[in-house]
Design a protein around this ligand. Sequence first.
Ligand code: R1P
Ligand code: MN
Ligand code: MN
Length: 421
Amino acid sequence: MTRAIVLVLDSFGIGAAPDAARFNDAGADTLGHIAAACTRGQCDARGRTGQLALPNLARLGLFHAHHASTGAWAEGVAVPESAIGAWGHARELSSGKDTPSGHWEIAGVPVRSHWGYFLEEENSFPAELLEALVREAGLPGVLGDCHASGTEIIARLGEAHMASDKPIVYTSADSVFQIAAHEEAFGLERLYALCEVARRLLEPYNIGRVIARPFTGADAASFARTANRRDYSVEPPAPTVLQKLNEDGGTVVAIGKIADIYAHCGITRTVKASGHDALMDATLEALDDTVDRSLVMTNFVDFDMVHGHRRDVAGYAAALEAFDARLPELLAKLGNDDLLVLTADHGCDPTWAGTDHTREHIPVLALGAGLAPGSLGARETFADIGQSLATHLDLTPMDDGTSFLPSASSSTTLSNATGGH
Ligand SMILES: O=P(O)(O)O[C@H]1O[C@H](CO)[C@@H](O)[C@H]1O
Ligand SMILES: [Mn+2]
Ligand SMILES: [Mn+2]
């Protein structure tokens, strides 16, 4: 039975990418800076203490991959002499450092074109766009209209939102239009309907995602975002390996945010879960009922949403350790023909300035499918993962990427790799 399992640790970068300076991210290193903060006692909080302890990821080659990416060993961590898995680091061809670009490139489809962005920190959105939104949705107006961190802006404007019925609109360095509204005071279904209107109005602006950000609570001190976030993404620019597998009769199980991120293209079955333990439980359950030629793909979003963007270094360290502790359960379920890939979609260094993603290498930790333990080297695109999945699942080759599997017969072009920037 041939299966592939891809776990995306959302935002778990392992060192600045070669083009990081273009994003003001030269020197960013999500893993390295978390490990260093642990050695300084800065992550001794909420019950966790000491050096960063990731014994299972270490056995899969995480720290070897980080060393290859940055030239330095992560501080204070225990590194096994050899790894049981194949490990490498990959750079991104896509123009942006956002979640859809990263995921689509992982699935074999880099985004070479440029997204639209709302660059102004204040008055970020065109007046005619907001006017159309207010008119079509019958709103008394909107609040926000700026770059913001989602938790900060609901604390700042949430009470005014509840009093006025005006939703809060904001953006970031990503190609996003986000709408925050109170689940009860404004209404969840009303928020989703509003996002549909925004999705349509944003078509001329080439914006990657509209995101519904519902929250609950009585006042600024108690507002909290809920698990009912919903992403409205545009479709990938070409068929991903998910779509190819689905169309070729295989099975694609999308766990957590995966289906939203791929705009529901190529998904056989969607499993929603909230929180990393529930996401891991769902992944393990999916492995109990998958059939031949299946891909199980899970996004672990809290690394990014709850810790990375919040610049919560201690929380990120604790979340990594909790994730690591669950890995043996997953490894125990793998069969001889399974390919496991652990990776990330971009960085979000919690020690970095601001609250945005960071342009970093991602880890490529692979196990099974005849892979020998050891280095996969520096990969020129995240799409090497997608190409390897295509090889493993017996699909025709993707246009981008080079398979790292031993039977790599489907190595294709890097010829496109320089185009389009
Ligand atoms: O600060 P919050 O609302 O979590 O927003 C973050 O989440 C968005 C989508 O991943 C990113 O663009 C970033 O702005
Ligand atoms: Mn992401
Ligand atoms: Mn993010």
